[in-house]
Structure formats: structure tokens, C-alpha cells
Design a protein around this ligand. Structure first.
Ligand code: AMP
Ligand code: MG
Length: 341
């Protein structure tokens, strides 16, 4: 009898151990990061996830725009105008950013770190008022662009001392890619790395695809759901993430490099793409591009799935994206479909 109970207990424990979904959370990149794995035992999943979270902490300080670290040293070098060796932890991101910035017509422009700092978004505390217009004008006249950076092997320099890098629009995407690569190296084939709603998913959640919620830009909760499987990233940029209100106006953290001020006309932009860095940068660029220009910029950037929410709640997207988006609001929003991307 005792043996039978023991056996039953052992079987029960074994069954628990095979519980297919494993989920952990940590606070990194200023946001809650959630990692889920499917079909791996808890011990292996935990070990791999702990490695990813440890890597993320290092990446966070390496790419931080206003705390001492590798990026801060790169920015000091760029300001000097002299050639210097770029740290290997930052160089690939710079190379990718130069190319992506060009494809976005400079709407994604990580060289505008000084402009972002002038707005006060380079601080942990949020600003309370916009900067003097004259300061913004002076920074715009200096025209910092990624193409000001010359790259020769591992050595780089800037032809323009106004170039200061802020990788906030791409670093999370790049990190999520590296996180997934690390899970794969540990033999995990079904997983999701979700950094505050921006994510990469691989494989499936058992019999089903991973189901992702896209946040409503104006009301708490979900605007739409999409299913992802295989290997895909879903990234959203929004005017609700970091912002302040001043004299009845809404100022957010994504700066239109043409005006030097927070972009207007779009409350969120979502991109689905196979690569996290591209998806992240493209979501930021399309938010700035807005209802008028998003289609052209998305084509130039090689984006196949995009959705924008306009200031009045109208949704703009391409037909392929529309096939994948399931609205969760009642009534669903007005949708304006573009030509195919
Ligand atoms: P995301 O949430 O990916 O759209 O990134 C927003 C962050 O990117 C901001 O907090 C800034 O650090 C930075 N940023 C703001 N405007 C731009 C821009 N036009 N191009 C590149 N990075 C930007
Ligand atoms: Mg982005």
C-alpha cells in the first residue's frame, strides 16, 4: 500500500515536472520582461532564463544613453571628432542603425541624443515643460545624422560633433533577438521573450500559436490580438509610454527629427517582422511617419506587416496585417487599408 502511494506521488510529481508552460519575470530595460517556454522541464527552462536575464542586465547598462558605460564612452569619442575603436558591444548596433536610419529617410535617427536630452527624456524622472524653442532650433541646425558616422573596420569617428547616440528605439529589439538566440542555444525551441509588450516568439505554445495582445493606446487593456508562430517579433511604439502634459498639450518621448519636437498625429505603431532590431526601429519610424507617410517608409524599410492608430482612433494597416489582427474592442475601430506592402 505504502509503495503504491509512493509510486502515485512520484508519478504526480513527474507530471508536474513536465508541466509544459514555464514563465518567469524580471524588471530590466525599465520595463517588466516576461519569458515563457513551452515543453521544457522547469529546471532547464529556469537555468536558460536566468542566463538571459543576466545578459539583459549587462546590455541595459552597456547601451544606456545617460548612465556611464560603453555607449557613454562612444558618445564622448564621437564628440571629439577623432578616430577611436568602438567597443564590440556597441559597434554592431551602430552599423545596423546607420543602415536602418537611411532606409527610414532619417525618421529613425539615433544620432539625436542631444535633442532627446534637451527635451529631458534622458533622465529617469519625466520632464515637466518643453525646452526653449531656441535650444531646439540650434540642435536642429547642427543636423546630427547617422551618416555623419564613418566606420572603418572596428574604428569609427563622427564628422559632426553634434552626433550623440541614443539607442532607445532599437536596443530592446536587438536584446530580444539575443535573448531568443540564447534560449535556442540551450535547446529551447518554443518560447517567447516579451519586454513590456515588445516581443519575439519562436515555435508554438503546444497545439496552438502564441497569442499576443496589442495594447490600446488610449484605454487600459487590449486593442487587438495577433497570433505568431515559427519565429516572429511584434513591436509597438506609442505616445503613451513616456510623456508629460504641459499647458494642455501632450509631449511624448519619440522626437520627429524634422521638427525637433514629439511626433504628432499617431498614438501607436505596431510592426511584425522576423528581426527584433528591425521591428523595434521600424515601429518608432512609422509612428513618426504617421498616416501620410507610413506606407512609403514601411516599403523602404522592407516591412511586411504594419498597423498605425491615428490620433482619432482610426486604424491604418496593410491588407496582410488586417488578415492577422483580431480587434478586441466593441465596436471595432474604423480601418483604412493601404495597398499591399
Ligand atoms: P521606442 O519605444 O522603440 O519607440 O523608442 C523610443 C526611444 O527612442 C526614446 O525614448 C528615445 O530614447 C529614442 N528616440 C526618440 N526619438 C527617436 C528617433 N526619432 N529616432 C531614434 N530614436 C529615437
Ligand atoms: Mg522602437
Amino acid at each position: 500500500m505504502r509503495a503504491a502511494v509512493g509510486l502515485a506521488l512520484a508519478l504526480l510529481l513527474a507530471a508536474c515536472d513536465r508541466e509544459p508552460l514555464h514563465r518567469e519575470e524580471a524588471y530590466v530595460f525599465g520595463t517588466l520582461v516576461e519569458i515563457q517556454t513551452w515543453g521544457v522541464d522547469d529546471q532547464r527552462a529556469h537555468a536558460a532564463i536566468a542566463d538571459v536575464f543576466a545578459d539583459f542586465q549587462v546590455m541595459h547598462s552597456t547601451w544606456h544613453a545617460w548612465q556611464p558605460g560603453a555607449l557613454a564612452r562612444v558618445n564622448a569619442g564621437l564628440k571629439s571628432g577623432a578616430w577611436f575603436s568602438a567597443p564590440p558591444s556597441v559597434l554592431p548596433l551602430i552599423e545596423r542603425s546607420v543602415r536602418i536610419a537611411r532606409a527610414s529617410d532619417g525618421l529613425f535617427n539615433p544620432a539625436i541624443g542631444r535633442l532627446i536630452a534637451a527635451w529631458g527624456f534622458h533622465r529617469d524622472d519625466l520632464p515637466t515643460a518643453p525646452p526653449p524653442r531656441a535650444d531646439v532650433e540650434a540642435l536642429l541646425r547642427a543636423r546630427p545624422r547617422m551618416t555623419d558616422i564613418e566606420i572603418d573596420g572596428i574604428r569609427i569617428r563622427s564628422r559632426n560633433p553634434a552626433v550623440q547616440l541614443d539607442l532607445g528605439a532599437i536596443a530592446k529589439g536587438y536584446a530580444v533577438d539575443l535573448g531568443i538566440a540564447r534560449l535556442r542555444a540551450a535547446g529551447i525551441e518554443n518560447a517567447i521573450v516579451n519586454a513590456g509588450g515588445d516581443l519575439r516568439a519562436i515555435g508554438r505554445k503546444g497545439e496552438r500559436a502564441w497569442r499576443i495582445g496589442i495594447r490600446h493606446p488610449r484605454t487600459p487593456g487590449v486593442l487587438a490580438a495577433v497570433e505568431v508562430q515559427g519565429d516572429e517579433c511584434v513591436f509597438t511604439s506609442g505616445d503613451y509610454e513616456r510623456f508629460f502634459d504641459h499647458d494642455g498639450k501632450h509631449y511624448h518621448h519619440i522626437i520627429d527629427p524634422r521638427t525637433g519636437a514629439p511626433s504628432r498625429g499617431t498614438t501607436s505603431a505596431t510592426v511584425i517582422h522576423g528581426d527584433g532590431a528591425e521591428a523595434d526601429a521600424a515601429a518608432t519610424a512609422l509612428l513618426i511617419a504617421g498616416p501620410q507617410d507610413w506606407y512609403r517608409i514601411a516599403r523602404q524599410m522592407g516591412i511586411r506587416y504594419a498597423m498605425l492608430v491615428g490620433a482619432d482612433g482610426t486604424v491604418y494597416m496593410n491588407p496582410e496585417m488586417a488578415k492577422r489582427v483580431h480587434f478586441e474592442t466593441e465596436p471595432p475601430p474604423t480601418v483604412i487599408l493601404s495597398a499591399p506592402l
